[in-house]
Design a binder for this molecule. Sequence first.
Ligand SMILES: [Zn+2]
Length: 627
Amino acid sequence: MSIVMQSLRKTTRILTPPPDLTCSQWANAHRYLSKESSAQANKYRTATAPYQTEVMDAVNDDAVQTVCAMFASQTGKTEIINNVVGYFIDCDPAPILVVQPTIEFAESWSKERLVPMLRDCSCFDGKVRDNRSRDSGNTILHKSFTGGNIAIVGANAPSGLAGRPRRVVLLDEVDRFPASAGTEGDPCALAIRRTESFYNSVIILTSTPTLKGLSRIESEFLQTDQRYWFCPCPKCGEYQTLKWGNMVWPDGKPEEAMLRCEKCLELLDDGQRVGMIKSGEWRATAEFNGKRGYHLNGIYSPFKHKRGYRSRLHQMASQFLEAKHGGEETLKTWVNTFLAETWEGVGEKIDPADIGNRREDYVTELPEGVLVLTWAADIQGERIEAEIVGWGMGEECWGIRRAYLIGDPNSSKDIWRNLSEFAATEFIHPIYGKIRPQIGCVDSGYATAAAYAFVKSQRPAQVYAIKGAKTRLRHPVEVPRRGSRSSALLVDTSEFKTTIYSRLKITEAGPRYLHFPKHYDDEFFAQLTAEKVVSKWARGVQTQTWENIRPNKRNEALDIRVYNHAALHVLNVNWEKLQENMANRSQQVDYILNQNKPESPIVKATPKPAPIFNRPPRRGGFISGWK
Ligand SMILES: [Zn+2]
């Protein structure tokens, strides 16, 4: 192209107002797939994977604050991020932040995705400073462009997450983020906080999920309107989602794999599957409250099968069989990356001594991190056991105090009076002053009438009767309807046991870590780790049951923890807000404390700043995901 032509082209661009495109329209018009990251260097077309369109265009929808995409691998998740970045650089310049799990991921994303895109799409010519120039506006992790800039950071580096405000924040593979960026806390929260000064901010989280109870992307997705791609059967027209349970093939012949319509039961071949996907649409399955969520498993992959397979369905069936053959680890990877579902099998037994070894000397009975207290009680034939638990930011959790009350709950009044006193224990928080447990749950499976009478007697305190459900529930805790015969909360014990056991595997203090004080005895840890999950597979669908594997079957400590979790769930805490409120409150409390030092033995030492607790030793093994 001649110099005259080039400068004419540039002049024309400057004079033309930016076209009013949506993100997907822009991608169709301007995006080329680079040879570095794509099977064929070619023009990008949403028609290839039409489900990407709405996800990208959510950035143009003023009603959407946050977009969450829980996608299988090989469904084009990365192209969505690339297109959003390209769109904002070209059409709506803004400060952009891209967060990858680590700095290494950040560098390779920049080199392998961003730089080739900027090179291969002519719309960026003259907008982004030359990649080869060594001026400060353009490094691997930071690039300036007309009207904005893009920073690419690792979620493990707190320095990259703090700093100037950002209008567009893209969080890629969030389940691989560390629980805490250094000592600064949840990297997602840190990054999202930077959008606060923009009314028109854009936040996107994407990932394949990891462990149930630890998965960030799943816990985000569950707060969205939960959209799934529904597509019409070519035989009967019924709209449905594609499920692994509908994949069929004759024994030992994965090459004959077909997809069965769940309505008319006709068998569909790979071409029909792709046709279905292309005429599908996103449908919300939950209420919208500002967060939009998209889930897509690998059965929706519209891309061509690999060499050596007869069809994509053949490839899917074979890869499943290989994963199953490889044992629990490979099966877990398949569930996460292909089904885009969390893995529930926390199959191995947890050693109580390992957990007991982390007992800490709290400096004060309530460590500084505690923001709210819950309590829960388990009722047995001749005793009541109870525990008060403290919770902080990111559901970091501290065992605080246990009670072992002797007496027959059916006949003894004293035992219930003692429980009432325990539940109302007043603690002195080293920063916030006096606090009492906010909410409590009493097991009503045994001595039901006495438990109900106790709950009633505690009003107006927030105390609930609770019982474990025999089957899996739709929600972790179901609150009884007004006028229903039982007034107990129904709790999905499996759900919370999975959460507790996943969190017991976290070995570094921070969000979701469980702390235990020195005075908890060995029996507590033996009870806490008394169970084990047993998973069964039938037709690619996983079911799990918890089994008590302790010879004497004692597991009260675990049950009480489940009820404490349920109590916290009912409270539905906004942690940021709570911390703010407590800090405001403490200014008044400081004044009172200075005037009149409390003599309670609970307060051993309150010089500030005091170490909050002894950090447990770091153990080997990397735990990924939402710890
Ligand atoms: Zn059908």
